[in-house]
Design a protein around this ligand. Sequence first.
Ligand SMILES: [Zn+2]
Ligand SMILES: [Zn+2]
Length: 331
Amino acid sequence: MLLEAAGRPLRDAQLAEPVPGPHQVLLRVAACGVCRTDLHVADGELPHPKLPLVLGHEIVGEVVALGPGADRFELGARVGVPWLGWTCGECRFCRSGRENLCAAARFTGYQLDGGYAEFTVADERFCFPLPPRLAAAEAAPLLCAGLIGYRSLLAAGDSAERLGLYGFGAAAHIVAQVARAQGRKVFAFTRPGDAAAQRFALELGAAWAGASDAPPPEPLDAAIIFAPAGTLVPAALRAVERGGTVVCAGIHMSDIPAFPYEILWGERTVRSVANLTRRDGEEFLALASQLQLHTAVEPYPLGRAGDALEALRAGRVRGAAVLVAEGSAFG
Ligand SMILES: [Zn+2]
Ligand SMILES: [Zn+2]
């Protein structure tokens, strides 16, 4: 499914099977998650995508061919491909454990073709071996939604016992499970009137669920904003107690309105989380296995990728939308 230009619907295209280059593996895609970032790319909100482009950066695939020098995975191995597709390995960020900030990094489904396809290639050094327990469709959302949620939770801090989650979609429904397992109290904020999302949050163990413009029943220690709405930043700052942290987890957000200094005062922090490191992936996937995290998935056939994006835009997805290959052995 090809994006030819920002703002245009995806087109069902017949492309040549990609050939794996040095250190790359060729993957038969079993499932690919649909992420909010895909919408930002498709809508032209992120600059300079590769065009035409195959979106998708939550790929679960089977290794079917190896490029020159690729020796990390056996043929038939099941691997996950995340957003971080390549880094330079040499800059000061790469050398200090912050490859997520590498200025030369290339991202899957943005500068590199991704997983809205039957086949894709990926640099094996940036792929993750996947635990066999989960079906492909259920594993796919771990690769971005889960990972970014995990990195955001680290940024929220170990001492954040009362955690607010703004936007209860793919990422929040996973991070809520991690936070609960760690003994934190979760407060879920949804679009006003979205009773279904509020029920979903309560089912996953949230202590409270309500509208994003409502105050929580008690002050929070930290909040993570997954929804791309800048108005939520002052709302979340008002909801956190002194010393609290507000983490913006998305890659794109509408402008943040001006707010009075007093809601930042008291050593409150606003910060963002950008991309992921391979170390985040290894830690989080091990944790996902250990905690037996479950993902709620709405499957779509690959040809309906455009419908999946529109469902996500409209807030109609419970958990994560995932494109599933027909006849996949791992489906
Ligand atoms: Zn670098
Ligand atoms: Zn993503």
